[in-house]
Each structure stands twice: as C-alpha cells, then as structure tokens.
Design a protein around this ligand. Structure first.
Ligand code: HSE
Length: 406
C-alpha cells in the first residue's frame, strides 16, 4: 500500500480522490500496489463528505507523517504551495502537481531537490491538463532536437475565440458567457491577457532546451483587443484567430512568444476548438507530432496527476531524470522574429499609397462589413521591420500570421 496526501480539496483535488476511487483496481495493477489517500489539507471542512475524516488544517500533519510517500499539490498559486512542496521534498516525499505558476517559477529548483534525494517532482498536469505532453518531451522525444513547439494552451481563450468566430458575438459578451459557464474566472486576466499560456510555453521550452526560460522574458499579448471585425477579415482570408504560445530554435537561438495569431485552414491547430488544447511539436528526426485533448477540467487534469502518482510509486527511491537546469536560457530578441502580418489600416489621406511604398508585396483585403479601413497581409518580415514600415500608418490592430503546416 502506498499512502499519499492531497494539498487542496478543490476541483482538481476532489478529482484526484475520485479518479483513485473510480479506477482503484487498474491503478493498483499499474502501480504494483494500492494507492490510498491518507490525508487531505484544506482550510475548509467538508461535513458529510467521506473525505472529512481525512481533512487536516496543518501542513505539519502531512510533512511529519512518515507513512505518506507522495504529496499531491493542487492548491494553485506560488505561495504557500512552494513552501509546502519544498518541505515535502525535504522530508523525503515525492511531489506531483498541476500548478503551472509553481512549476514556471520554481521548476528547476524543485527538480534539483527531488534529484538530490532520489525522489521525484512531477508536473504532467501543469501544461495541457489531461494531455500527455511533459512525459513525451521528457521521455518519448529524447532522441530529437526540438525545433518548434506551437500550442493552443489555454482553454478559456480558445472557448472565447471559437465562440466569437462561430457566432459573431463580441468579446465582452462572450467573456461574460464563459464566466457564467465556469470556463473563465471572475478575474479573467491571467487567461485573457495570455499569462497562463505564457507560463505553460515557458515550462515546455525549459524542458525542450534543458534550461530555465523565465515567462516574464516572453513577449506576451492577450485576446482582449480582438473584435468581431478581426474575425470578418480572418474569414475572408480562410483563417482562424487563435491564441498561440510558441517557441522555436533558429540560427542557434531560441525564440518564444504568446499572442493571438491568424492561422490558415492548413495549420495543424486550425481545428482545435472550444475549450480544447492542442500542441504541435517539430523534432529534427521525428518530424511533426500533435497532441490534442482536454486542457483543463476536473477529471482530465486529475487523470494526469494520478498518472504522475503512479509513476512516483513505481519509481520509489529512484529519480526519473528530467533535464531542466536553473541556468537561465536567454531568448532571442523578440523584435527579430519573422512573420507575415495582418493589419487593419485606417483608410485616410494617402494610406494606400504609403502601404504600396512600404511593402513590396502587401495584399489588400476589403470586407463589406466595415468602412473607413482596409486590411493588409504583408510578406514575411521581422517585428522591427514591420514596426518601422507602419510608422506613418494609422493601424487599428495587427495580428501575426503563423505559417506552420503539417
Ligand atoms: N485557465 C486554464 C485554461 C486552466 O483555461 O486553460 C488550465 O490550466
């Protein structure tokens, strides 16, 4: 019997307890022994819930319990999660977490502590919810040099963009509906401003290249300035608008960005809709691989956490090596990144002449639904070049175009 503790009895924590109960027999076979939740840390009580007898309010009761060999951290946020996880590792317990804020901020350090004590720190659920992506990067794709990772890594924004595209609804109205359905938080900033996806691509990029990418160093733009008009242009161009979190290696440098992009219907992520997530990876020997599924939600996220618990139980006393050092990975200058750009331009003065002068091959896009503006699709150029070329133009908005194809 392996005894574990769960920190946080919220959506994911109760999901972990449920998954362990629902699939008790198959999990026992795969782990080689039964897994039992011995204690659950939460500030609240749950009278009437069978979990109540296992609830503790003091982390000490878990840290000092020598029978507990794995701690599941599903509280979210950096503190007190970081302190508790560190204490658990130092007390000889492996840790599994779904907490991307914790992993993005302290992943390398916690992996180092786990390694030094022949324990494990696992975080499959921190990116892509139930989608296996950490383990593939850490185990299945180790023969490859990763060339590119492009993901739709945030379900909330994918839901909002999909709905705006299908129904022609505006951003504020769609966000309100997403909040009503529980897909968006009351304070939606982390999702809609791209920070959540940015943390996730920082984690994947750190794993892909073996050193730490600070998410604060990644250029990050959200979806809050996307209007129904961008979708009309996208439709005319046969494109979708998606929040992409992407990183790639070019000329020996690693670049990363999180921003809304236009993608054509040949893009591998074009059909990743609603709350679903999709992650496209290119490796220098495997070529292209895609991962697709539920990027959030109680049971999909719990499935990934419990799989980590099984791995920890199977590898008791042995560290499963993860290459992610604390050394900082300096990203290439975001202004050097090269894309084609879509821009909405105010149709005033000699704007069309200026566009023709500045861009050798810009395609003009007109849509019936607007007046006083026109759209352009530029040839590929760096961010700095695009900025310089559009200086004398009155831009209403601009989106990058990602040309990844399978
Ligand atoms: N808010 C996140 C999302 C939850 O929408 O994807 C999963 O990390």
């Amino acid at each position: 019997m392996a005894k574990i503790a769960v920190l946080g009895y919220g959506t994911v924590g109760s999901g972990v307890v449920e998954v362990l109960e629902t699939n008790k027999d198959s999990i026992k076979k795969r782990a080689g022994k039964e897994i039992e939740v011995k204690k659950v840390l939460d500030l609240r009580d749950f009278p009437g819930d069978p979990i109540q007898e296992k609830i503790v309010h003091d982390i000490k009761e878990i840290i000092e319990d020598e029978e507990i060999e794995v701690v599941v951290e599903v509280m979210g946020g950096v503190e007190p999660a970081f302190t508790f996880v560190k204490q658990a590792l130092e007390a000889g317990k492996s840790v599994c977490t779904s907490n991307k804020a914790l992993v993005a901020a302290h992943g390398a350090e916690l992996l180092e502590i786990a390694k030094s004590k022949s324990l494990n720190f696992m975080f499959e659920a921190s990116v892509g919810g139930g989608i296996p992506i950490i383990r593939p990067l850490n185990q299945s794709l180790t023969a490859d040099e990763i060339t590119k990772i492009t993901g739709i890594l945030n379900g909330t924004t994918n839901y909002i963009l999909t709905k705006m595209s299908r129904e022609g609804s505006d951003y504020d109205e769609t966000l309100k509906e997403a909040q009503k359905l529980g897909y968006a938080e009351r304070n939606p900033e982390a999702d809609v401003e791209g920070f959540d996806a940015c943390r996730k691509i920082a984690i994947l990029t750190s794993l892909a290249y073996g050193s730490t990418v600070n998410f604060e160093d990644i250029r990050c733009e959200g979806i809050s300035n996307i209007t129904t008009v961008e979708f009309k242009y996208a439709e005319a161009l046969g494109c979708a608008v998606k929040l992409l979190a992407t990183s790639y290696r070019k000329d020996g440098k690693v670049y990363a960005i999180t921003a809304p992009f236009m993608i054509s219907n040949e893009h591998p992520l074009y059909n990743v809709n609603d709350v679903l997530n999709g992650i496209f990876i290119n490796g220098n020997v495997i070529g292209n691989v895609m991962f697709f599924g539920a990027g959030a939600g109680k049971l999909p996220t719990a499935s990934a956490v419990v799989a980590d618990v099984v791995d920890c139980v199977k590898h008791k006393g042995k560290n499963v090596m993860t290459v992610w050092s604390s050394e900082k990975l300096s990203l290439g200058d975001a202004d050097d990144e090269v894309w084609r750009f879509f821009a909405r331009v105010k149709d005033e003065d000699d704007a069309r002449v200026k566009v023709r002068d500045a861009f050798a091959e810009a395609k003009i896009v007109e849509i019936a639904e607007t007046s006083g503006e026109f759209g352009i699709v530029t040839e590929a150029m760096s961010e700095a070049e695009f900025k310089a070329k559009t200086e004398g133009l009155n831009l209403i908005n601009r989106l990058r175009i990602d040309d990844t194809q399978l």
